[in-house]
Unconditional design. Sequence first.
Length: 339
Amino acid sequence: MSSDVRLSIREIYDANPVWLRPDNHLLPVDKLKASLAEKGMLFPVLLRSDFVMLDGARRVLAADVLRWKEVPVVVAHNWDTVVSHYELANKLEAEEGLERRPMTWMELDELWTELLKPIHQERRSQQSVRERARRASLRERGVPEAQLRKGNAYTGYVMQCADLFGFRPIHVKLIREICHTYRRLRVKHPEIEEPFQRLIAQAESLGAETASSMRQFVRNVWSLGVSVTEADRRATESLRNARAAPWRLARRTPKQNNRPEAFEPQAGSLPVYLPAVQKLITSLDQLSWEAGQMHDFQNIEPEDIAVLKGKVRTATNRIHAMRRRLEAHGERLQGEREQ
């Protein structure tokens, strides 16, 4: 991915007074500096239209050490440019050993929430326009208003972030929730900063599967009123168990993350129409409301609880699988209409 557009390093510094990643995460750049000196910068730096850094901070720093005056850049005017850049970066990293430094969860949350999401907003707006046009067309055909899907159009932002940065979609959501809750907690409970930084460093070293432990940590303090000390103790124990039994985390990691391909229509399957889906969702809504009212479980023996937990988990997994198949179908239809 070459670029004829070049920008002075000084202008990039001026547009990024506070770097997305601190210097101790960017250094050292000796290997990268040697590569740049030998081959030049084969992969450009990704910037927003206001020159805010999206990718390539270490390359800029290495070029500055080499006393370069300017570097090749790509300006992300739209979401497609962002996607193609990160896809190629991942490909080069896998095939040619492109040196990249993993970002912390806090840095990823800032990148996803503050920097990339505004660029994706144009895609969301376009999707909303297409969705309104689709609903208007259905109204003209006589489809009742109650049967039209309402709300924001699905744009797949979380799933795309997961694919581009090597996460599962659920982990992207967990990381964003963890960081958002922590920032609110830090104002009310400043004492949470030290244990949070210690725990999140442990969780990152163990992998994204431990994000659920960090979410429970911040939830305990924010929603349940648990003291920071007690929440710290519980999270430490949870991470200790994860470290002692890493095979449990590996067992929950899927072999592939390409969900739309996993839910292609199977040969011989019967088509499902809107009334059937709506009827099922109505039943699920009623069942979920009833489940939400169940709190105090009396006279249920431990052996029964184990069986019930397994059945609830199986039923929940089937519902989520249906939801993902529905999302994959929507993405296929949208792609066919855009072609």
